[in-house]
Structure formats: structure tokens, C-alpha cells
Design a protein around this ligand. Structure first.
Ligand code: 9MG
Length: 338
């Protein structure tokens, strides 16, 4: 039997402060939200899952990972810079270093705290790019951004150890690996030698085939277990826990129903005790729930899903549309704090 605790009854603003002060709620992930109730989930065997709702006082001794401080205070906007000719969302408009650097600079000016540079598309059905080509694409972009933005966090979006190392040498300070350091056997060692944040994302299968028949016993619990195991592997390789960021991998080997379940029950992942990154921007499930719009017409759904993630305590949002997301977050935060 395995026991999971999902914070629910989330409060924000002055209601959160008052409930915490009165001992009726606990802060969620050391942030601005608080939770007053907990769903206790017990997985007895595959398919045999029992759920019960209790108060925070009933399970206070078990809740430390959900309430602990986090090294990254959120919400932080991570702007996506695709250095790929076949990107599903921008058609490769940012493949050349010059436009990609300008695009990243504009994102930073608009409020992105992190820019994420990728040279290999990981959209469903994407074909892998040779590592040398991936390095050729991302290194000039990273070096160019670093030359104009000394302090910004530059993240390298790659599954390949050689690309990670080349990107770190060029000025990247964060690693974002959609395979959670499982794709390339050398990537654990590269991540351990680095010093910045490392994103471990959940993916079932690989980008070429992951959407063919995704299947889980319970998607939320299965993704939680898999991330827990990848955190343990990263720690054993020498990555410090305070460098780890996790991501449930929306759209990576998941149906629309899987994505919705992960977003709806996102607060469970705070039990892993590390910051939570979520990427929903322009993803296909938005179009599936709407009118099959192409990627560049999915802003409304991206903002709605992104705000849902933030309202469940996600600390980092990975997005294409930085100014619009920053505006939406400022509005949501102002209402929350009013
Ligand atoms: C590279 N990439 C594409 N989608 C992503 C997501 O949702 N999360 C992370 N961490 N990386 C992603």
C-alpha cells in the first residue's frame, strides 16, 4: 500500500493568512496559498485506490514536504525560444540566432524570469535531431542572449548530455530535460557537475510515439511515482535536492483526460518537496477541447490552463506568449491580494 496526500480546500490572499494564523490551514509549498483539507489517497493495488478527505490537523505530522520552503519563489514565467525549423508552434520563425536572440530579449523585457532554448522539437511525432546539429542551433542563441542579459536564467531544453554541456559552457544556467535525465546515460553526470536548477519532466515513451496509446493505472499517482523515482536517481548521481524542479509533462504521452486530471490534481505534486513547473502553452489538448484551432490561436486556453496551474501552487509557467501571460498573472495576483 502507498499513501499520498493531496492538499485541497486551497485558500489565497487574506483568507489564507487568517486561516493559517488561526491554525485552520497550512501554507502550500511555502508560498502564497494555504490549504485547509487533505485528500488521503491509498493505493492498495493497481486499480484499488481508496480516497478520503480529512482536515490538515488530522495528518499534520505527515505534511512537511507540502509546506516546506522552496528555493524558487513563484510564479516565474519561462519564455520558450525554439531554435528549430520544425517547431509545432512557431514554424521555425526563431531558428536563426539573430531573431531568436531578439525574441528572447523581448521576452525578458516583458517579464520572463527564465528563457528556455531548445534546438530539437519534442512535439508529438517529432523526429530526433543529430546532437551536433542541436548544438549548432542552440549555442549561438545562448551566447547571444548571455551577451545582452547578464543576469537572466537561461535554460537549455535538451535530452542530450553533449548539448547540455555545450549550452552550459555558452552561458546557460538551468537544464530542462523532458526525459528527466533518462534519455542519455551521460546526462546525470553533466547535471551533477552543474550548479543551477534541473527540470525533471515526466514523459511516457518518446516524442516520436508517445501519443499513440498512452495508458496509466492512475495517471496522477503514476506520474507522481515516476517523478519520485527520477528525483531519487538524480540525487544518487549527485544533484542536490534544492536544484531539482519537477514537471508532470502535460501532453507528453497523455490523453486529453490525462492532462485534465494532472492539472486538476496538481497540488499532489507538492508532496515531492521541490518547485513545480508546468507547460500548457499552445498544446494540442487546448484545441481538442475547443474548435481544433492551430497552435497560434490557442492563447485563451493557454492562459486559462496556466492560471489553473498557478492557482494550485505551480511556481514556474513555461509559455510562448510572455507579455500576455505576465499581464494575466498580474491581474490574478492583484485580485488574490486585494
Ligand atoms: C520542451 N518542453 C515542451 N513542453 C514542455 C513542458 O510542458 N515542460 C517542460 N519542462 N519542457 C517542455
Amino acid at each position: 500500500m502507498k499513501r499520498y496526500l493531496r492538499p485541497i480546500g486551497l485558500l489565497s490572499g487574506s483568507a489564507a493568512h487568517k486561516a493559517v494564523a488561526a491554525g485552520l490551514a497550512l501554507p502550500l509549498a511555502g508560498g502564497a496559498l494555504a490549504f485547509s483539507l487533505v485528500e488521503v489517497i491509498e493505493r492498495m493495488a493497481p486499480g484499488d485506490i481508496r480516497r478520503e478527505i480529512v482536515t490538515v490537523q488530522d495528518v499534520a505530522g505527515e505534511l512537511q514536504p507540502h509546506i516546506g520552503p522552496r528555493p524558487l519563489a513563484g510564479p516565474i514565467v519561462m519564455g520558450i525560444v525554439n531554435a528549430t525549423p520544425d517547431s509545432f508552434s512557431d514554424g521555425g520563425a526563431h531558428f536563426d540566432a539573430g531573431p531568436a536572440i531578439a525574441h528572447a530579449t523581448a521576452m525578458i523585457q516583458a517579464g520572463a524570469g527564465i528563457v528556455d532554448i531548445g534546438g530539437e522539437s519534442t512535439r508529438p511525432g517529432a523526429i530526433p535531431v543529430p546532437v551536433d546539429e542541436e548544438i549548432r542551433r542552440v549555442v549561438p542563441v545562448i551566447a547571444g542572449i548571455r551577451a545582452v542579459a547578464a543576469d537572466v536564467t537561461i535554460s537549455i531544453d535538451t535530452r542530450n548530455a553533449r548539448t547540455m554541456q555545450a549550452a552550459l559552457d555558452a552561458g546557460a544556467t538551468m537544464i530542462n530535460d523532458v526525459s528527466a535525465l533518462a534519455h542519455d546515460p551521460d546526462s546525470l553526470a553533466v547535471a551533477a557537475r552543474a550548479t543551477g536548477p534541473v527540470v525533471l519532466m515526466h514523459m511516457q515513451g518518446d516524442p516520436a510515439t508517445m501519443q499513440q496509446a498512452p495508458a496509466y493505472d492512475d495517471v496522477v499517482l503514476d506520474v507522481y511515482d515516476q517523478l519520485e523515482s527520477r528525483i531519487a536517481t538524480a540525487l544518487a548521481a549527485g544533484v542536490a535536492l534544492d536544484r531539482v524542479v519537477i514537471d508532470p509533462g502535460i501532453g507528453f504521452g497523455k490523453t486529453v483526460a490525462h492532462n485534465l486530471a494532472l492539472l486538476a490534481r496538481l497540488s499532489l505534486f507538492h508532496g515531492l518537496g521541490v518547485p513545480l513547473l508546468v507547460g500548457v502553452s499552445r498544446k494540442r489538448f487546448i484545441a481538442r477541447l475547443s474548435a481544433d484551432e492551430p497552435a497560434e490561436y490557442r492563447l485563451g486556453g493557454s492562459l486559462a490552463a496556466g492560471l489553473a496551474a498557478i492557482s494550485r501552487g505551480a511556481q514556474i509557467l513555461r509559455v510562448h506568449d510572455v507579455p500576455e501571460t505576465v499581464q494575466a498573472l498580474r491581474m490574478a495576483t492583484a485580485i488574490r491580494d486585494a
